[in-house]
Design a protein around this ligand. Structure first.
Ligand code: ZN
Length: 224
């Protein structure tokens, strides 16, 4: 390559860089280059927690699919551990364990910038409500930061948020090396939360708040 060819090559390289940056900001591709793995809890014969004919597995899937769209629209590469009503068990014996092992395997294999497990809470006392984030502090030191930051940012949008909680005993999360958290989006046992979780206009708000949190976490990390 002679000198001029090299100059042309590098100016082309540079302008592609500038154009793609401008393009990214115009289209709000704020999560371009990020890989996010969404894990809708339960599925198939495993309904998760239930209230009458409302199944946790169905709400987890709807919220996850909405989150998938929001994150993809912002340029992220997004994966779902499931996008239909099925579990991920590979064996019929110890089906639940096989399901969890497989989810952890899929996430580890991809090694995303973040995984998000979506679940719903249930407690016999119906007064408890709100979104709550759980993290494993032993597996990846970023997990606690993600839990704290997401909680802080989601709080900017809604007061219906509980403090993040450490949990190092949940089987699945002890097996995931990538950074991430479990979001218990709300309590199916609480009437207010239940109403929100089962009505699309409120589901959209919940997903928009989580998206805002994820977006802000990565923006802040990029600017460090
Ligand atoms: Zn669950």
């Amino acid at each position: 390559m002679n000198k001029y060819k090299i100059i042309i090559f590098f100016s082309l390289f540079l302008s592609i860089g500038i154009v793609s940056k401008v393009y990214a900001s115009v289209n709000n591709y704020s999560l371009l280059g990020k890989v996010i793995y969404i894990d809708p809890g339960h599925g198939g014969i495993d309904s998760g927690t239930t209230y009458k004919n409302i199944y946790e597995k169905d709400i987890n899937l709807v919220l996850s699919q909405k989150l998938y769209k929001e994150l993809t629209d912002r340029g992220a590469t997004v994966y779902l551990t499931r996008d239909t009503d099925k579990d991920l068990a590979l064996t019929n014996t110890s089906r639940k364990r096989s399901d969890l092992i497989n989810r952890a395997y899929l996430i580890n294999k991809t090694n995303p910038d973040m995984y998000i497990s979506i679940h719903l809470n249930y407690i016999s006392n119906s007064k408890w409500k709100g979104l709550q984030i759980f993290y494993n502090s032993k597996k990846n030191k970023e997990n606690k930061i993600i839990a704290q930051k997401l909680t802080e940012y989601i709080k900017e949008k809604t007061s219906n948020v509980r403090e993040p909680k450490e949990n190092n005993t949940y089987y699945m999360y002890k097996n995931i090396t990538s950074p991430g958290v479990l979001i218990e989006v709300g309590f199916l046992s609480n009437p207010d939360d239940r109403y929100r979780l089962t009505h699309e206009e409120f589901q959209d708000v919940i997903v928009s708040n989580i998206t805002y949190g994820i977006e802000k976490y990565f923006n802040e990390k990029n600017n460090k």
